[in-house]
Write a protein that binds this ligand. Sequence first.
Ligand code: EPU
Length: 425
Amino acid sequence: MNDFSNESNEKIFITGGTQLQGNVRISGAKNAALPLMTLSLILNKGFTLSNMPDLADTRLMSNLLAELGINNSWKFGKVNFHGAPKINEASYELVRQMRASILVLGPLLASKGSARVPLPGGCAIGTRPIDLHVLVMEALGANVYYDSGFIIASVGSEGLKGGLIDFPKVSVGATESAIMTSVLAKGKTTIINAAHEPEIVDLAKCLISAGADINGVGTSTIIINGVNELNPVDHEIVPDRIEAGSFAIASGMTKGNIEITHIRPKDLEFFLKVLNYTGSEIKIDTNSINITSSKRPEPYDIVTQTHPGFPTDLQAQYMALMSIASGSAFIKETIFENRFMHVPELLRMGANISIKNQIASIIGVKELKGSKVMASDLRASMSLILAALAALGTSEIDGIHHLDRGYEKIEDKLSNLGAIIRRSK
Ligand code: EPU
């Protein structure tokens, strides 16, 4: 994600030290919603998504799709998409604000036979190239080149053709691009070294309901037989496992007792084991979990990995937890090269963390202190919120536009659990 969009002067003020208690309902997953929304470019006969999180990022995707000619109307978490894309060019103004905009490339190409999408650029957490998305388009028979900051992809009169997509590296977004671009291609596509994330499974589930022929999703090899057309579909977006994990950590930070509802615990299996090793008690039900944390967290080392390993999107939040642990822990980040931007800010709050290469060494401190801090990206902003919930005194968190990209109604949800939190200029 780029980090220069929707900046506001708003800040969040948190007075720490309250034990969080009660229920929190988790929203639909941002990272499932974004690729699902781009399916509206190929699902032109009727498409509705429910459990849609109302976030800066999903609103931005909605505007991008509207500019391309897809009308979308929002009502109580339900979004109806109508129409087919009228133009093949995505606007720089919108794409530059969100890296996930690259996901329109494949569906636009499948629908229009050509697509012009501005390069999304790097972001705070790393350079984030798009070569694997380009590899997908080329493997399916497209001609791709770069001109004046745009990626331009086109296919001949025969359209997209199924092919072999052998990823040299596992990528969530490129796996999604591969699925979305090949469902309407002629013939068979084989995707090797595919990512397994639940959001990818959700995308495939939606397409299968629309009549796509997809096998092996959730494993490393996905096989797709192209179909001629897709039918109307209503799909409910999978719950946000990262939001759920963030609230689970909030319990650990505050010796809390939180019931986290409307989730799929299976999607968090590895993370919940780790949280249990840190001393939180976890009761798992079909669609909810209860987390009780009664003592200072115990240290436990983690390495971020693709699903089903420890998610990189919970690394910053987990570091806040380890910063108050009763000993030392290591956190190794393997997915993004620069995802420790929260560290200097946690240091301001009294944490004891040093970084060497991609490994953070954290020596737990007894107490964090409320401070003025700056969020640098979405998950870093949640890490600082969590640290502030545990800290002595009041923290002032700046850079809140990052938080609004991925956490729906966060102040309401936290204050319902007893947090002392307010937003103000
Ligand atoms: N990569 C390449 N070339 C590409 C694409 C990716 O080298 O063409 C590299 C990336 O630079 C990175 C690695 O591959 O080092 C994995 O990136 P991936 O493509 O899997 O990430 P993504 O699809 O861009 C999604 C989420 C991220 C999440 C990652 C990893 C969405 C919209 N975004 O990004 O979410 O961190 O997968 O799980 O689904 C967040 O929500 O805060 C967030 C950053």
